[in-house]
Ligand binder design. Structure first.
Ligand SMILES: [Zn+2]
Length: 326
């Protein structure tokens, strides 16, 4: 059987209705946070296109098509490879997909599906190449793109795609999803405390020691800010400056925590979205909402500096000084 998909009921039934009516979109953009289930939902759409035994409009989950799609091994559901430092799709990759897409499928469903995951760094040249393909796709070819924000795509691409936002689950749904994987209750509690309704991130937290370390580092940063200890802030943040992706992740988590502090300073019963409600609560007692907004602006600026390849230890040293100044 398929893994149950939690949340996003409306989106799934819209897709089912499309399949039922035979008006399936050839190009889809699924946008939403990483970990929100975009890829799983892309697979569900592929199952809707390929399953020959649908039950009440849903994929059966047990036929060879459904099973191979769920296991990521269906030869007609292709995941093009990302490449380069930023993990984008090259012109060559898109050209390869284009020529493959004109070869008819060799399966009973008569369908081929291309799933481009994490399209956050899709350059303009390959996008233009892609545009030609999705403007006039072969009848049997379908293209699904997962991305954080639609704005990563050219307007001309967006106008040719059906765009669906993928939402996070509720915390209760996330707990249910983790319990269905036989994860112990204490682990479920700590994962959901950090990543709330983002099931993908909760699972990553439980399986990836590096992510747990970065969460702890973010909490220590919050502690240093609360104590207004610039020396400790500098030494805690330093390990995050070694890897670009780690640095960006820590900044994003710190940003959410600061955002929580701003909200909690106005309403201390508000729900948190960051990785540590307790630290955000303590921070909210130390700073005003205005200071929190200024900290957010400093963090944003540091992120942009990292994006434009400024030396990371330098970016972080400047950020620490700016935070202490707010
Ligand atoms: Zn099936």
């Amino acid at each position: 059987m398929n893994d149950k998909i939690f949340g996003n009921h409306q989106l799934l039934s819209t897709m089912e209705a499309m399949a039922e009516s035979g008006r399936t979109a050839h190009s889809l953009i699924l946008y939403g946070e990483k970990g929100s289930g975009r890829r799983t939902i892309a697979g569900y759409y592929a199952q809707l296109l390929m399953c020959g035994n649908k039950v009440n409009g849903k994929p059966c989950g047990v036929c060879p098509s459904c099973r191979t799609i769920a296991d990521g091994v269906n030869p007609d559901v292709v995941y093009p490879q990302r490449s380069g430092k930023l993990g984008g799709y090259s012109v060559e990759t898109v050209a390869g997909v284009a020529s493959d897409a004109y070869v008819k499928p060799n399966n009973s469903s008569g369908v081929k599906v291309y799933i481009f995951t994490d399209c956050d760094n899709f350059d303009i040249r390959p996008q233009n190449k892609l545009l030609k393909l999705i403007e006039e796709p072969p009848d049997y070819a379908f293209f699904i793109f997962t991305v954080r924000s639609k704005s990563a795509f050219l307007a001309t691409i967006i106008s040719r795609c059906v765009c669906f936002g993928v939402s996070l689950c509720t915390e209760d749904e996330a707990k249910e999803a983790l319990a269905a994987r036989d994860i112990p209750a204490a682990d479920i509690g700590s994962a959901v405390n950090c990543f709330h309704g983002n099931i993908g991130r909760c699972l990553e937290y439980l399986s990836d020691e590096g992510l747990r370390r970065r969460v702890d580092l973010t909490k220590s940063l919050a502690d240093s800010i609360i104590r207004r200890d610039e020396y400790s802030l500098n030494s805690v943040i330093f390990p995050a400056s070694r890897e670009r992706s780690d640095g960006i992740e820590v900044l994003s988590m710190l940003d959410l925590l600061v955002r929580d502090a701003a909200v909690l300073s106005k309403d201390n019963a508000a729900p948190a979205i960051g990785c540590c409600r307790e630290a955000a609560q303590r921070l909210s007692e130390q700073i005003t909402a205005y200071q929190a907004i200024r900290m957010h602006m400093h963090i944003e600026r540091a992120r942009r500096a990292i994006d434009s390849n400024v030396n990371m230890p330098l970016v972080f040293a400047a950020l620490c000084a700016d935070i202490m100044d707010t």
